[in-house]
Design a binder for this molecule. Sequence first.
Ligand SMILES: Cc1cc2nc3c(=O)[nH]c(=O)nc-3n(C[C@H](O)[C@H](O)[C@H](O)COP(=O)(O)OP(=O)(O)OC[C@H]3O[C@@H](n4cnc5c(N)ncnc54)[C@H](O)[C@@H]3O)c2cc1C
Length: 371
Amino acid sequence: MQEVDLTIIGGGLVGASIAWGLARSGVKPLVLDGSDLDLRASRANFALVWVQGKGLHAPHYALWSAASANRWPGMAAALLQDSGVDVGLVQEGGFTFALSDEELTAMRADMEYIAIETAGRAPNFEILDGAETKSRVPHLGSEVVGSVYSVADGHVNALRLFHALHIAMDRKGVSYRPNHKVELVDPVADGFILKGEGFSILSRKIVLAAGLDNERLAPMVGLACPLKRSKGQVLVTEKCKPFLSCLSPTIRQTDEGGIMIGDSEETDTTSIAASSDISAVLASRAIRIFPALAGLNLVRSWTGFRVKTADGVPIYDQSERYPGAFLVACHSGVTLAANHSLVVAPQIAASRLDDDLSAFSAGRFHAQQTA
Ligand SMILES: Cc1cc2nc3c(=O)[nH]c(=O)nc-3n(C[C@H](O)[C@H](O)[C@H](O)COP(=O)(O)OP(=O)(O)OC[C@H]3O[C@@H](n4cnc5c(N)ncnc54)[C@H](O)[C@@H]3O)c2cc1C
């Protein structure tokens, strides 16, 4: 049986960010990944490095997101150096637009709660009325009644990010094996036996970064990863000259010219098919915000299942029963990529998650159940 020091199960954005970060810390892990037809959130996302509104009633998550956004410029520079790929990071702030007074009131309440819960340490934000929003955002529709603006938000080219991470980890000596789905993790005295079709590997340490499959794998090493179903749909228009200078969580112009419109949330389906009803709602709302979008053709639409934990907050955990086993599961794997590479990976390399991450342990779910 092959023996290795550390194996990451899953080569999506989370697994790749950690693999690259480990390699930068001098540890060269093995990455066992699934196959192209797996449900992969990393191929479906909206590419935001987004902080605004994150971490309501979870101030540690609000601050963790903000810290990752702050680390992003350093990570993008290091990735460029290691991969030669520019991931197109732009962090010039973002607007969440409201189409009714009720929406604006709810948005304001959430942002003010986050500010209180983080004792003012979350990034600054402004609540703008319709006139102020229009003065800052060209091409805005008359139905927009206001917005939340925060300077902390940005975006990247997410597919290029994924590509860059895989090039960088390869150049740093990470060994990547696609089509190696781990079916079983068997804890033994000197590590974990990872079994799949045609392979059996003994690994002294493991990191579960298998996206949706973490829910199945985690209990095999004494951990828990409760997820809830969350399907998102994204639309993309034909490419056009740059005209959307501002960023929002539902409408953005990519560095290649297409406008991405999203994203919806469905919690009651396992079908990956895109729905024309949802496309219609997304498109209509986008046109109310930016009427000029009505003149563009949609060229693509896709869906993806978010890796969303039961409370929406990431899980970072290390098994008490089998201390060589780590678990990382989160929505917002683009936003958090800098934390995963630059903070979590070195801690895994040192075989211990810092106490700062204890609030993210899945133990919180048992505590809620027994309360
Ligand atoms: C519609 C949508 C919009 C989003 N927008 C944003 C956004 O704007 N900003 C942001 O930060 N985040 C966003 N996200 C979330 C982000 O894409 C995810 O957090 C991130 O991609 C999760 O990466 P992952 O590696 O955990 O999971 P995945 O991408 O699902 O990767 C898991 C990998 O593990 C492999 N695998 C699974 N099981 C096994 C196994 N048993 N053995 C070996 N390998 C296995 C799979 O093949 C896959 O490659 C969005 C997600 C969606 C769906």
